[in-house]
Ligand binder design. Structure first.
Ligand code: SF4
Length: 297
């Protein structure tokens, strides 16, 4: 057999359906919130090569596992879980991260250690290098079609373009209410924290909560309230402020705060965006549909 005949006899591997190792992929961040759940569903419909990721924190409501499994069935796709190597939850961060502050004007240390650092590590792992050719070509975020959220998305786009952000809910004009309705239509029960009346699915006992939030936590999760109240005193720092001064949970009386008028920011794995409350000049055009969100960069 000559060389040509030998080559002809070598069976060719079947490459049908095989993913190329260095094919760039899109990360869709599933956060157990209702908007991110729909953003992930849309990402799977709109883009190629999407992988779904969740950053787990131990103080997440246990019902999040049920919600995750329901979403996985709906997507026909697994959601991969990442977790901080160093800390279990916000209590662990406050106890052990080396600084005492519970929350600061520049962001909460727990957001940094439990979410952002996990994302930074994940991005580093997926950087194009000699030894790694698996790269991220975009990241999907669940900002919804609502003025404040669009403004945050614009700021995110301007301040962190390297994350190559994608905002499918804003692209398609979907609000949080629309997202809840889509989940209900798909026969997926909303996460327990929403059913209890919380506006997002942050950790139970979120350091960013206001007085009304903490009064509700005291009723729904008394042990969590007590644990945070004790930790605040031990560290000498508080979650709440009153008249620009520290205000400790053991000083909180039941009539203080109004849960339904308090804004608790979603805890995301993006860094704090600056000027989030100052409307960008593109906001009106995006709200009225004259510009796409991506034209605001
Ligand atoms: S949800 Fe609240 S408590 Fe949990 S990491 Fe974010 S800021 Fe900290």
């Amino acid at each position: 057999m000559n060389e040509k005949q030998m080559i002809e006899h070598i069976p060719l591997p079947d490459l049908t359906g095989m993913q190329c190792y260095n094919q760039p992929f899109i990360v869709a961040w599933w956060s157990a919130g209702i908007t991110s759940a729909i953003a992930c569903k849309m990402a799977l419909e709109l883009y190629d090569n999407v992988e779904l990721y969740y950053i787990h924190i131990d103080t997440a409501h246990p019902d999040n596992e049920r919600f995750k499994s329901d979403c996985e069935k709906w997507y026909g796709r697994k959601i991969k879980t990442l977790k901080s190597r160093d800390f279990k939850d916000q209590f662990d961060v406050i106890e052990n991260h080396g600084g005492d502050a519970v929350n600061t004007p520049y962001g909460a240390p727990c957001t940094l250690h439990l979410k952002k650092n996990v994302r930074f590590d994940f991005e580093k792992l997926n950087e194009l290098t000699l030894f790694n050719q698996r790269t991220i070509k975009g990241q999907v975020w669940g900002y919804e079609f609502e003025a404040k959220e669009i403004n945050r998305a614009i700021r995110h786009l301007q301040q962190y373009p390297s994350t190559k952000p994608l905002f499918p809910l804003i692209e398609k004009g979907l609000t949080k209410e629309n997202c809840a309705a889509l989940l209900i239509d798909a026969k997926i029960e909303l996460p327990e924290m929403y059913k209890l009346g919380y506006s997002n699915n942050n950790c139970i006992g979120c350091v960013k909560g206001g007085m009304g939030y903490w009064n509700k936590i005291r009723i729904d999760f008394p042990k969590v309230f007590e644990r945070m109240a004790n930790l605040e005193r031990k560290k000498g720092y508080s979650c709440l402020k009153k008249d620009h001064k520290a205000f400790f949970l053991d000083e909180l009386t039941p009539e203080m705060g109004r849960m339904n008028t308090e804004l608790i920011p979603n805890c995301g794995n993006i860094c704090e965006v600056e000027f989030a409350d100052i409307p960008d000049k593109n906001l009106e055009s995006i709200l009225s549909g004259r510009k796409s969100i991506y034209e605001a960069a």
